[in-house]
Design a protein around this ligand. Structure first.
Ligand code: GLU
Length: 270
């Protein structure tokens, strides 16, 4: 397969949604990985300087709240998780604000719940707000509003939220930063011969099912939700890439159309 051809329109992407998860934002001991956040924010500021528009979808509210509150682990109760998120979201934004302000980059907090983007009027208002922020050169930083979200109004996970945001904002590219290199044909932790799938052009639900059997990567690192979100984004005409966020500079490689991570190629960009 001619991978470069499949990626040949990625560099044209103007509006980019970048999603980063809790495991990429924290160390194994639960503390915040400031080094990684520093690299990520620097790359985003540089992309803004290049003339791109960037929206960051970030997790970490609950994880960072748990750490700040010195809890032994994630609370079992809904209200416990909501309380941890209320503490953690503030700290998360405080950290982003500090890093982004090093380069005089203004950021905004956008907290969403599923009912907001499901309802026609509230969705319309959310779209207008995003467009206004981007037109002002601001980087919107999005998370689910975990403090008030209950099951009925939850997206479920931030991978799905990142797809919703990409679709809502008519983005050109969705980058989901993970803790593994991309989507493998088998679970790479259990199979030494697992092959990284660089290009996905079959956007049918089948790829999730095929990959969903035992011995696949889906059970680890939340790959299923990443593949699901990426597939839906590509089916909506948005390039989607799952890549390793260990070094956020991988975003440059993606935009340079290098063969990193797994790209889901929309039909209109082939
Ligand atoms: N919104 C959650 C948080 O900030 C994360 C959800 C997810 O990672 O899927 O803690």
């Amino acid at each position: 397969m001619d991978t470069n051809k499949d990626r040949s329109k990625i560099s044209d992407s103007k509006r980019i949604v970048i999603k980063i998860g809790t495991t990429s934002l924290t160390y194994d001991n639960g503390h915040v990985n400031l080094n990684r956040i520093g690299h990520l924010t620097r790359v985003i500021c540089d992309l803004m300087n290049r003339g791109k528009e960037v929206i960051l979808v970030t997790s970490g509210a609950i994880g960072i709240g748990v750490d700040k509150l010195k809890l032994s682990g994630r609370p079992a109760t809904l209200s416990g998780k909501q309380a941890a998120a209320a503490v953690g979201q503030l700290m998360l934004m405080n950290i982003y604000e500090r890093f982004f302000s090093e380069f005089s980059q203004t950021v905004a907090q956008v907290l969403l719940t599923k009912d907001v983007t499901d309802g026609a009027e509230s969705r319309h208002n959310a779209i207008n707000t995003f467009n206004e922020l981007l037109a002002m050169g601001v980087v919107p930083i999005v998370n689910e509003n975990d403090t008030v979200a209950v099951d009925e109004i939850k997206y479920g996970d931030n991978d799905y939220l990142s797809y919703i945001v990409a679709k809502l904002t008519d983005a050109d590219l969705l980058i989901i930063l993970s803790d593994i290199d991309g989507f493998y044909d088998k679970n790479p932790q259990q199979n030494k011969d697992a092959i990284l799938l660089h290009t996905i052009t079959d956007l049918s639900e089948e790829i999730e099912k095929n990959a969903g059997g035992s011995g696949t990567s889906l059970g680890t690192g939340g790959m299923l939700t990443k593949v699901h979100a990426s597939r839906l984004a590509a089916a909506s005409g948005i390039f989607a890439v799952i890549a390793n966020g260990e070094k956020p500079e991988v975003i440059y490689d993606i935009l340079d159309e290098k063969e990193v991570g797994t790209v889901f190629v929309p039909e209109n960009k082939r």
